[in-house]
Design a protein around this ligand. Structure first.
Ligand SMILES: *Cc1c(COP(=O)(O)O)cnc(C)c1O
Length: 421
């Protein structure tokens, strides 16, 4: 069966045919590709087509598919069993490795997804401060946690409404909403609610609604105000952690959050998330503290091995090389757009090994309001054009694309050839 037939079949047994909505290619004319295998920079579909993959599982695969070193260690680990539900040394190795490289964290707890990490970080912040409200930014994504599925409503500043059915009104009331890149609004909301706010949570590099790079002074101001008010600052570095630099945006900007969440790259493509902070905060988690958190498959030994073998490769030379290759690739894309009438309305926004192709805008995009309104129609044309040339982007106008180590010089040459045709 080809992908189209498989998708029809999948819809009979699985809601919408998918286990995560973005995989359904909603808003695109193209039906989803069914992937049979993947290696290095390539995806192979059930019908045997090859694509250069710039989605890389939405970010975790910074080394590309089936990195040989990681693969070897996973095979060795498999021969020792794949879940114990008991203490093991694998998570200790990963915890030590990370904490030795990221100075502002003392302790880390592993979970199985970014969503779980955020859920725990919020509970920990509330348990620690004994306050209920959290402030989130419009355009930042923090997984499918009830209290984070909030969008701006028509009501007063700071208040929102649910972006998903099934989120109770009494959960919504404890999430305050703030636009990005607007320090005045932030101050106003903090001023009104300062005694009720446990935490401010943000993606220091918002990368789930396009790539909305924030001004460093704005981030510094948020840090300063939260500190003054005794509000915890949570950096959700599920995408940016181990990606922008090893220590994520905290290292990149020199701004230190109180709690950080990781996911994606930390597990090298296996299900891993993490919450980390100073001991003073982390020790509030059970069993030492009163904030409950648990997981049958937490710190799964195979996932821990995939994580550590991935992270060990992430030296400063590694990042320099990856970022340089990404620049070469996005330059090729820009050149290609400028030469094609149908596509010359696009710009490529790149931050290190992340990039987002979006309609041209008059000013830098820092806020969801600034995103051009024709984004979906234009993306549909772009996605199809690239697919026809054997290049697979993340399949949604608002999802960014990811480069990997596997996209080396030879692959860059292939991209040039594909764009020449
Ligand atoms: C992907 C992501 C999440 C959710 O992680 P899952 O592993 O998909 O649950 C949370 N926050 C950010 C910033 C993310 O990019």
């Amino acid at each position: 069966m080809d992908s189209k037939q498989l998708f029809d079949q999948a819809k009979k047994y699985i809601p919408g045919g998918v286990h995560s909505p973005v995989r359904s290619f909603k808003n695109l004319k193209q039906t989803p590709l069914f992937i049979k295998s993947a290696k290095g920079p390539y995806l192979y579909t059930e019908e045997g087509k090859e694509y250069i993959d710039f989605c890389q599982s939405f970010g975790p695969l910074i080394l590309g598919h089936q990195d040989e070193l990681v693969f070897d260690k996973i095979k060795q680990a498999l021969s020792r069993g794949w879940s114990y539900g008991a203490c093991e040394k694998y998570s200790l190795d990963l915890a030590e490795f990370i904490i030795n490289k990221i100075p502002f964290i003392d302790k880390i707890r592993f979970v199985s997804s970014g969503t779980e990490a955020v859920m725990t970080a919020l509970r920990l912040a509330r348990g620690f401060t004994k306050k209920d409200k959290v402030l989130k930014f419009i355009g930042c994504y923090h997984g499918h946690v009830d209290s984070m599925l909030i969008q701006s409503g028509s009501g007063l500043a700071g208040e929102g409404e649910s972006s998903s059915a099934g989120v109770p009104a009494n959960v919504i009331k404890d999430t305050l909403l703030c636009p990005l890149d607007n320090i005045e609004k932030f101050k106003e909301i903090i001023h009104t609610h300062k005694d009720e706010i446990a935490a401010v949570i943000m993606e220091p590099l918002p990368a789930n609604y396009g790539l909305l790079l924030q001004n460093e002074n704005y981030l510094k101001e948020i840090r300063k105000i939260t500190k003054e008010q005794g509000i915890l600052l949570i950096f959700d570095e599920v995408i940016s952690g181990f990606r922008i630099t090893f220590g994520g945006m905290a290292e990149y900007t020199g701004i230190t959050p109180d709690i950080v969440t990781y996911g994606k790259v930390i597990g090298g493509g296996m299900p891993v998330g993490a919450i980390a902070a100073k001991s003073e905060i982390m020790d509030h988690l059970a069993p030492t503290g009163q904030v409950y958190q648990a997981g049958t498959l937490s710190a799964n030994p195979i996932a821990m091995v995939a994580g550590i073998e991935t992270l060990k490769q992430l030296t400063s030379d590694f990042y320099a090389n990856l970022n340089r290759n990404t620049k070469d690739i996005t330059n090729e894309f820009s050149k290609f757009f400028s030469q094609h009438d149908k596509l010359n309305a696009y710009q490529v926004i790149q931050v290190e090994s992340l990039f987002w192709i979006t309609p041209e805008s008059e000013k830098p995009l820092t806020n969801i309001e600034d995103i051009p309104s024709n984004i979906n129609e234009l993306f549909d044309i772009l996605f199809e054009e690239f697919l026809n040339r054997g290049i697979y982007l993340s399949p949604n106008a608002y999802e960014i694309s990811f480069n990997s180590k596997a996209h080396g010089i030879d692959v860059i040459q292939q991209i040039k050839d594909k764009l020449c045709k």
